[in-house]
Ligand binder design. Structure first.
Ligand code: PAF
Length: 278
């Protein structure tokens, strides 16, 4: 596995691959890799000849009061996992490589979608995500890129950005990987005790009840929200519950099959998000 921390040698490597018509799939990550990332990498390997993974803990997508300082950084284990998975190349840029001085004079945002749902309580988050992802896309210029459905709003925003900017990249999403109790895998689960992980699994269980209720003919958000609240662990504070069109992310007027239910909450200061096709 090649490991690059600078742009020029990575580009030289990619240039040589492209000379031989090799296809490239790209999986951007912030590290602390788990089985969810593993499934993104494995899916990317089905799409392209070579898979590039980046690990970059993007500071501009964290607000000052968020967990940038304590975010897990098990770089040694991450490298090991990528090597074992036969990743072709790992890109480990520094902050100065991605954001040299004045580079944020140019910003890419999807303003309307970025202020909805998670954007309400994390106002700069999606702008931080689109800015780093577009920079990584420009550096790597992959044919394909793969994101997790767990961050469903992020996936739709990135897809929109790629479409609006005519980037020749096909963006795929991969279903959420879950613990045996249903808890969606996330690097932030590292902050939870075993008891809290069990409590957090009530999120997925509640979303499953919503799916079942909609298929049984319940279509109003009040009843569906009540169902979630009745089944959710008391230790979880709800940030939002939204029923949205799966393509546009706009709120559904009539909740129906094919929509998506999005959820965010906090458990003892750990932010947890999940979503499900209904
Ligand atoms: O989902 C993530 O891990 C991050 O938001 C991403 C897409 C790597 C951008 O920093």
């Amino acid at each position: 596995m090649y490991v690059f921390d600078a742009i020029d040698p990575l580009r030289e490597y990619l240039f040589n691959l492209k000379q031989t018509d090799t296809t490239i799939a790209f999986v951007p990550t912030m590290g602390a890799l788990h089985n969810g990332h593993e499934s993104l990498i494995k899916y990317a390997q089905t799409l392209a000849d070579e898979v590039i993974v980046s690990i970059f803990l993007n500071p501009i997508q964290f607000a000052p009061n968020e967990d940038l300082q304590c975010y897990p950084r098990p770089l040694h284990d991450d490298k090991h996992l990528c090597k074992n998975l036969d990743v072709s190349a790992l890109f480990l840029p520094s902050e100065a490589t991605i954001y040299p001085s004045n580079s944020l004079l140019t910003q890419v945002t999807v303003p309307t979608l970025s202020t909805l749902y998670c954007g309400q309580s994390r106002p700069n988050f999606f702008q931080g995500v689109t800015n780093v992802v577009i920079r990584l896309f420009n550096i790597i210029q992959p044919h394909y890129s793969v994101f997790g459905e767990k961050d469903y709003q992020q996936f739709v925003i990135i897809k929109t950005c790629v479409q609006n900017l005519f980037l020749p990249i096909t963006v795929y999403s991969v279903p959420t990987i879950r613990d045996s109790n249903g808890l969606a895998l996330s690097s932030r689960n590292n902050y939870l005790s075993d008891t809290e992980k069990n409590e957090a699994s009530s999120i997925y269980q509640s979303l499953c009840l919503v799916k079942e209720a909609v298929s049984n003919g319940i279509h109003d958000s009040l009843s569906l929200n009540r169902l979630i609240k009745n089944n959710l662990s008391d230790s979880i504070a709800i940030d939002y519950i939204a029923y949205v069109d799966a393509d546009t992310l706009l709120p559904s007027q009539t909740i129906k099959k094919g929509n998506r239910v999005l959820f965010a909450g906090t458990l003892n200061q750990t932010r947890l998000i999940d979503n499900l096709a209904i």
